[in-house]
Design a protein around this ligand. Structure first.
Ligand SMILES: O=c1ccn([C@@H]2O[C@H](COP(=O)(O)OP(=O)(O)O[C@H]3O[C@H](CO)[C@@H](O)[C@H](O)[C@H]3O)[C@@H](O)[C@H]2O)c(=O)[nH]1
Ligand SMILES: [Mn+2]
Length: 764
């Protein structure tokens, strides 16, 4: 059979060029060489009756929204007009200019945000109509056994192994960037437990197929009681063994004899320096890969790509690219699912749902990837750190979908392999689904493993397009967004699926600092995309719709938001001390657009939040995080992105911790904000909180003693808002006694700093 057909580059004849060991086809597609054994079938009848597999509906209430948005726009223009026409002649010119620019920024940013709100859509699938099941390769990646305990990783792996999908079509790959023997041991344990767990899930139609999550829920019916007890016991035993190995940081000599794979680890192996390791734990062919009921199990593969200290490994993007290549040798599924190690599958039908999008007769072939929302199971009632992404998940992603497709957010995303590997979409593209095993059945597992290793080596990518045009893109802390954008710029659409029964559930960070550090990485990554050649307006020029470019830009501009926000929480307050008005008098007609825009936008945003399922308190918490992120993470990210643009700062990836100690957890559960460490970020927060207290006192003093309310109302109002948003900060400084309170050093530093600033302003 012709080798070109083994690739997923399109079903027409291409001239092939060999580039870095990979075949490059004329239409821009890449694929692994060496899968020429595969047979291709073009599937036209994806279901018996040719009924649609997906349904797309607009989200309601758009006309009312458009009317409202127009009125806000008028208000914004009036504010701009006021700023322009009332430029002060003498004092306060500089402050006025800064606040005017901030108003200009906020207005323009609001305009961008409209691209997500005009025509959002939602999709539903008819997965029972699906009759053809292409092979799916599932990638789980982990990097750090301390921050990402093996038992969490194992639960994710088990959850995706147990998908309600033909098992011979599934292969699960675990990428271990920690190169840890303990994790290998844990996966070995999981491969044994899977033999009991998968039949159990099938028998009782378990939807939440992560055993940890499943057993933490109560209320099982009596009918499955015996089975339930038995399987729970097995799970607990496995958990115990894995946790013991984790705490010992290694496995015993006895255990090492259990599997040949342990020979890959010796005294010299460290997480940052080791040879490539590929171990097929369940190979789907021999009798060992049957479950206790005699049914076939999905394949399971452990991969630790080669790491050498003098080679940059490109973090998660590098790990996933190694998996793309290794998987092309072992299973070469035309669909790839990526999940993070802390994300488990919560809906056993997700693969079928995603497949509906790819196989839909009408629009399916254009779809390059299908994204599910990110949710977390450890969110407290009022979501203290705003980790729910409620409005983005429920509304904004649907808005992007209408504009050409959601962005890729790193986890819970199904890709068409060839779209991910650089193929361009063209009208004549015909999807071809591989229906048979691609591997040579006579080949032994160990030979196959050896054949995979070069694909996971450090040098493989040298002088190739990997990380540029093939696979996940390198050079950005947010590889996800830029990769999604690249795929869309190659002509593919994407789809967003948000079924009621959440597809994937992860773990949200549980301390303020973790959240801020995570947002720093994101916003820095976003800004570096915007100022690179991947800027949506350039990169997506003529290839993605203008509204989609706008939607991307809205996210990519997170970091610069710090400047106008900081201006708004510092300058009007300092101006209060000097009696400089920055807003219209209450008696002036110009106050109307200000009040209209401020009040209506607050009311609208509350309404939007509540209609997406949030609570009023949750909304308030989100407002607080809005300010905190802008004042800290975004500022540092902004500076870092600029520095790295000029080559002064190195790319990094701080892995978000998925576990915390008991005390922190208890406070988190009570919605008590966690400070506790001496971080520069907190110094900034206290500084702002104090400036606003001083401003408020001074303003009130003027009102009471000199009766000058008229011209300072909005400025005083602003202080009141910032002070009430910052209540947890004051509490952390002056009231709390627990470990999570604001460290005294931070309090002293920033109070003195704020005080000095105010004194300087007063004396100037
Ligand atoms: O060198 C590395 C670093 C990280 N990871 C993995 O990447 C995933 C995401 O890392 P995490 O620390 O959990 O980051 P988050 O901030 O939670 O991740 C969000 O943001 C990332 C981009 O910044 C995306 O890749 C993620 O999918 C998205 O959930 C985890 O599974 C890690 O194990 C690696 O495999 N190798
Ligand atoms: Mn994560």
């Amino acid at each position: 059979m012709d080798g070109a057909k083994g690739c997923y580059g399109g079903g027409f004849h291409q001239k092939r060029v060999v580039e870095g060991g990979w075949l490059k086809m004329e239409n821009g597609g890449y694929c692994g060489a060496g899968n020429s054994l595969s047979k291709m079938v073009t599937v036209r009848d994806n279901n018996c009756f040719n009924l649609p597999l997906i349904e797309t509906k607009p989200i309601k209430g758009r006309l009312a929204y458009k009317l409202y948005a127009s009125s806000v726009f008028v208000g914004i223009c009036l504010i701009w007009a006021y700023r322009f026409s009332h430029f002060p002649a003498t004092i306060g010119r500089c402050a006025w200019l800064i606040i005017s620019l901030s108003d200009l920024w906020f207005g323009l940013y609001w305009l961008l945000s409209q691209s997500l709100r005009f025509n959002p859509i939602s999709r539903s699938t008819f997965n029972q109509r699906l009759t053809f099941f292409p092979a799916v390769d599932i990638f789980v990646c982990t990097a750090d056994t301390k921050r990402e305990p093996p038992i969490i990783v194992i639960n994710s792996v088990l959850s995706v192994l147990a998908y309600d999908y033909p098992p011979e079509k599934l292969t699960v790959y675990l990428s271990d960037d920690a190169g840890s023997e303990v994790l290998f041991y844990a996966l070995l344990q999981a491969s044994e437990f899977a033999k009991h767990w998968l039949p159990f899930c099938k028998k009782y139609h378990v939807k939440t197929t992560s055993p940890g999550a499943y057993f933490s829920k109560r209320g099982e019916s009596n009918e499955l009681f015996d089975d339930w007890l038995l399987i729970k016991k097995l799970y607990n035993q496995m958990q115990h063994r894995i946790e013991t190995a984790t705490s010992l940081g290694g496995v015993s000599e006895e255990t090492r004899k259990l599997h040949n794979g342990f020979s890959e680890w010796n005294f010299n192996t460290t997480s940052s320096d080791h040879q490539p390791i590929v171990q097929i734990l369940i190979d789907g062919m021999c009798s060992k890969s049957l479950d206790v009921e005699g049914c076939i199990l999905p394949k399971l593969v452990y991969v630790a790509r080669e790491k050498r200290t003098h080679y940059s490994h490109n973090f998660k993007a590098g790990a996933l690219n190694a998996l793309i290549r290794v998987s092309s040798v072992i299973s070469n599924g035309p669909i790839i699912l990526t999940v993070d190690c802390d994300v488990y599958s919560n809906n056993s039908k997700s693969v079928r749902d995603a497949m509906c999008c790819f196989m839909d007769e009408e629009n399916g072939k254009k779809i390059g990837y299908v994204q599910f929302p990110q949710s977390s199971y450890n969110i407290t009632t009022h979501d203290l750190y705003a980790s729910c992404f409620r409005v983005p998940n429920e509304l904004e992603m649907g808005g992007m979908d209408a504009n050409g497709g959601p962005c890729y957010i790193g986890s819970g995303c199904f890709f068409r392999r060839n779209a991910l590997c650089g193929a361009k979409y063209t009208e004549i593209f015909e999807a071809e689904w591989n229906t048979e095993h691609t591997t040579n059945e006579k080949e032994s597992t160990s030979v196959l493993q050896e054949r995979c290793k070069p694909h996971a080596s450090c040098t493989y990518e040298k002088d190739t397009q990997w990380g540029k045009e093939i696979g996940l893109m390198y050079g950005f802390p947010t590889e996800d967004i830029v990769t999604g954008l690249a795929i869309q710029s190659r002509g593919w659409k994407s789809a967003y699926l948000n079924p009621k029964n959440k597809g994937f559930i992860g773990i949200a960070p549980t301390t303020l600092l973790d959240v801020l550090v995570q947002h720093k990485r994101w916003s820095e990554g976003h800004l570096s995309i915007l100022i690179s050649k991947c800027c949506p307006f350039l990169y997506g020029y003529k290839t993605i719709p203008f509204t989609l470019q706008m939607s991307y830009t809205l996210y990519l501009l997170w970091a610069p938001n710090c400047l106008p926000t900081l201006a708004y929480v510092i300058i009007p307050q300092l101006c209060l001390l000097k009696d400089i008005p920055l807003f219209p008098r209450v008696s002036s007609i110009w106050i109307v657009p200000f009040l209209y825009v401020i009040i209506s936008q607050y009311v609208y945003s509350l309404g939007e939040f509540v209609s997406c399922g949030g609570s009023v308190k949750g909304w308030w918490n989100e407002q607080r995080m809005w300010l905190f992120k802008r004042a800290t993470s975004y500022l540092i990210a902004f500076l870092d992105a600029l520095l790295s643009q000029f080559g002064f700062s190195e790319l990094g990836f701080t892995v978000t911790p998925k576990v915390v100690d008991e005390g922190v957890l208890q406070r988190y559960k009570k919605d008590v904000m966690e400070f506790g460490s001496d971080s520069g970020m907190f110094t900034g927060l206290v500084f702002i909180a104090m400036i606003n207290v001083f401003g408020l006192f001074w303003g009130l003093k003027r009102v009471v003693m000199d009766r000058v309310l008229d011209q300072l109302v909005l400025q005083i109002g602003l202080c009141v808002v910032v002070v009430s948003i910052s209540l947890p900060v004051y509490e952390g400084m002056f009231v709390r006694k627990d470990q999570g309170k604001m460290p005294l050093s931070v309090t002293c530093k920033s109070v003195i700093l704020a005080f000095m600033t105010c004194v300087l302003v007063l004396c100037s």
